[in-house]
Ligand binder design. Structure first.
Ligand code: NAP
Length: 330
């Protein structure tokens, strides 16, 4: 990394931005300056980052002057507006929003899978949280057999919808226990004591946008544009970490032992081979690993497996993946 490099974090006060700060504080990376950018509401808030006390500034057109690296933890509209501003000012931008992910020529990167696609691009897109925890597993498995079909059902925590999603689960739970009327703003329906089979908008063909993110982003990252993959994305009343039930059909006969062996060796994956030691959202939040358990042969297929994959959506599903890309750039 350039000596005294300047780093900016746009959306620093949100769930993903805050987690980026925590990860940077744990890392050995050093910067000449770190700028924290957010809305007018957070102006002047102080965060301790890389050994310095930094006051939050309001994101604007001048925010990226002199910046070398810009991490974006903003929504798609803000990223659309400000990533080009950062790049024009000379920064390399790593964006967490959905805006650039499927654009041709923009790499969509999970460092355990396709680090070489980072190249010397000025914009690098971070995938959707559900995709990030899925593709390293598929990538490891395809080293023993090509993938024939993948069926994913997600159990996604409310923090996937940002601060507003977390607040809504707390507020609704409190209101229900106090026999008060429930208000739904972050989600289409009551999320407390409920599961909602809709994340993002539902399109004309019946899929939700979130489901298409999982399908299309996985194909792009794995460079398998024809991969047969389908998804059902469900919001569940869990605070942190997403879980996925994944059914994988393979072209070749693979033993359970060989499948476990490649997962055991795969970077970023923690294998839970013991059937009673399965990963759960409450035990997988706040760590860096993608946890894979409940691995068993699907007896309805010639060669298929069922797996249960859990990871912290804010950490590995967003902030950590972005910082890992930054480390590679550095
Ligand atoms: N949450 C996840 O699990 C997850 C996973 C993968 C990707 N992502 C993506 O990461 C991005 C951030 O998500 P999040 O969950 O961290 O959201 P969040 O908790 O709602 O945080 C949003 C951030 O954007 C800032 N912001 C909002 N309006 C602004 C404005 N007009 N000008 C400047 N800053 C503004 C907020 O600042 P204030 O605090 O000042 O309002 C806050 O820092 C989104 O694109 C999301 O889709 C999220």
């Amino acid at each position: 990394m350039k000596k005294n490099a300047v780093l900016a974090i746009a959306g620093a006060t949100g769930l993903v931005g805050n987690e980026m700060i925590s990860i940077l504080n744990e890392s050995k990376m050093q910067f000449g300056q770190v700028r924290l950018l957010a809305s007018e509401n957070s102006k002047g808030e102080i965060y301790s980052v890389c050994g310095e006390e930094v006051a939050v500034e309001v994101l604007d057109e001048m925010s990226f002057d002199g910046v070398d690296y810009a991490l974006f933890a903003t929504d798609a509209e803000l990223s659309k507006q400000y990533v080009p501003v950062a790049v024009k000012a000379g920064a390399v931008a790593i964006d967490n929003s959905s805006h650039f992910r499927m654009q041709e020529g923009i790499p969509l990167v999970v460092p355990e899978v396709n680090p070489d696609s980072i190249g010397d691009n000025k914009i690098i897109a971070n995938p959707n949280c559900s995709t990030i925890q899925l593709v390293p597993v598929l990538h490891a498995i395809r080293s023993v057999s090509s993938l024939k079909r993948v069926v994913v059902s997600t159990y996604q925590s409310v923090s996937g919808a940002g601060k507003g999603g977390l607040d809504e689960l707390w507020e609704q739970t409190r209101d229900i226990l106090n026999m008060k009327e429930v208000k739904s703003e972050a989600f289409a329906h009551q999320i407390a004591f409920n599961c909602i089979p809709q994340i993002d908008v539902i399109l004309e063909d019946g899929y939700s946008k979130e489901e298409y993110k999982i399908i299309n982003e996985s194909r792009k990252i794995l460079s398998l544009p024809e991969l047969a993959i389908t998804a059902t994305a469900v919001r569940v009343p869990v605070l942190h970490a997403h879980a996925e039930s994944v059914n994988i059909e393979l072209h070749d006969e693979v033993s359970l032992e060989d499948l476990c062996s490649v997962l055991l060796d795969a970077p970023g994956i923690e294998l839970h081979a013991d059937h009673s030691d399965y990963p759960m959202q409450i035990s997988s939040a706040s760590d860096d690993m993608i946890h894979v358990g409940r691995i068993r042969r699907d007896r309805s297929l010639k060669c298929g497996f069922d797996l249960w994959i859990v990871a912290d959506n804010i950490r590995k599903g967003a902030a950590l993946n972005a910082v890992q890309i930054l480390e590679r750039l550095a």
